[in-house]
Design a protein around this ligand. Structure first.
Ligand SMILES: Cc1cc2nc3c(=O)[nH]c(=O)nc-3n(C[C@H](O)[C@H](O)[C@H](O)COP(=O)(O)O)c2cc1C
Length: 344
């Protein structure tokens, strides 16, 4: 079974990035360089995930991971989502987008994706938005798969360890994209990744993969020094040649107009860090905690902004290190970060 302490030639994990960035080519490039690439199963059909696993296997024999979203709680306050829908309506009309009706439940096909991971015996499966049920952990172990739980504070790390996972991905407040937090209403633990790693190191006896704001060799070195077994980089790969990041999102990482990032629920109903743009300025104050309902409500608006190459309407997910994102082949990014970390 994959062991984070023994089997990484380079202790750098390529974060799963749903919504386009994590392509099979990106995953294969990170893994074949000696790190561990991750496919993102979130938002995709089971068939699409199968196709992507096959595509990575056609590119490399190296181990890689697959990341799944754990379904959230049922919709608690439908009226609040309807009110948010009404707020989005004028923008939808300007963009010629028909907003979908509010759905009741999450249909991300979690069980079928677990079945697929077991069938394909993927080397590593990580979970976010919730802890994997014990039965799922046992089934994956029986298939020879190492299991990672993504968490965002020390209590969650302890709870994950009790589920019998093999490693913990610990996400600090500096991380780009969705927060793993088990309670999407909770205020984020304000500690930056390195401090969180130090605290978790003392609390759990499992390999720790640290995620959040790690974008330079100095960041990699300092995070490993704090006690992480490996680092997980997302934003630092967003502008990699092999990434499927939308052109407007890539450009925004280097655009002087985007000077800040915030954690917002405006795009998806779950807290996530992105660059501050017009959509966040207009809607963050009214956002409600309701995933995937809000995600589905805004999907047409985001697609229209993407088609128009308009960064002001896209979810520009990015961590605090976004200005250091390099435009280069993923192999070069991973190798350079590791070389610079060793030089430090
Ligand atoms: C565009 C984007 C999409 C992401 N999608 C996922 C995902 O599907 N699953 C997941 O566990 N984490 C996801 N994340 C979070 C990453 O796993 C990781 O925690 C984060 O990128 C680390 O912070 P950094 O972006 O500052 O490197 C995403 C992050 C970004 C930037």
């Amino acid at each position: 079974m994959f062991d984070f302490e023994e089997d990484l030639r380079i202790p750098i994990v390529g974060a799963p990035m749903a919504g386009g960035p994590s392509t099979p080519e990106l995953v294969a490039a990170v893994s074949s360089t000696g790190g561990l690439g991750f496919l993102a199963a979130g938002y995709k059909s089971v068939d699409a995930v199968r196709h992507e696993v096959d595509a990575v296997r056609a590119l490399t024999d190296a181990p890689f991971g697959l990341n799944l979203f754990v379904p959230g709680r049922p919709l608690a306050d439908r009226a609040a989502v309807e009110t948010y829908r009404e707020r989005l309506q004028p923008l939808a009309e300007r963009r010629n987008v028909v907003l979908p009706e509010v759905v009741d439940h999450d249909d991300d096909a979690f069980d079928a994706k677990v079945d697929l991971a077991v069938e394909l015996a993927v080397s590593v499966v990580s979970f976010t938005f919730g802890l994997p049920p014990r039965g799922v952990v046992d089934r994956l172990h029986a298939a020879g798969t190492a299991v990672v739980a993504t968490v965002s504070d020390v209590d969650e790390a302890r709870a994950a360890a009790e589920r019998g996972v093999d490693a913990i991905c610990l996400q600090g407040v500096d991380a780009g994209g969705h927060r793993a937090t088990l309670d999407p209403d909770a205020e984020p633990d304000p500690r930056p990744t390195r401090e969180l790693v130090e605290a978790a190191r003392a609390a759990v006896d499992l390999p720790l993969v640290a995620a959040g704001g790690i974008a330079t060799g100095a960041d990699v070195a300092a995070t490993l020094e704090a006690g992480a077994t490996a680092v997980q980089i997302g934003t630092a790969l967003l502008d990699a040649d092999e990434a499927g990041t939308k052109p407007a999102h890539r450009a925004a990482l280097h655009d002087a107009r985007f000077t800040d990032s915030v954690v917002t629920r405006a795009f998806s109903g779950r807290p996530a860090r992105g660059l501050v743009n017009d959509f966040i300025i207009d809607f963050d104050a009214y956002a409600v905690t309701a995933y995937p309902q809000v995600h589905l409500l805004t999907s047409g608006l985001r697609a229209a902004a993407g088609a128009a190459d308009d960064p002001q309407g896209l979810a520009l997910w990015a961590g605090l290190g976004y200005r250091s994102a390099r435009s280069a082949p993923a192999e070069e990014i991973v190798r350079d970060l590791w070389r610079e970390a060793r030089d430090v």
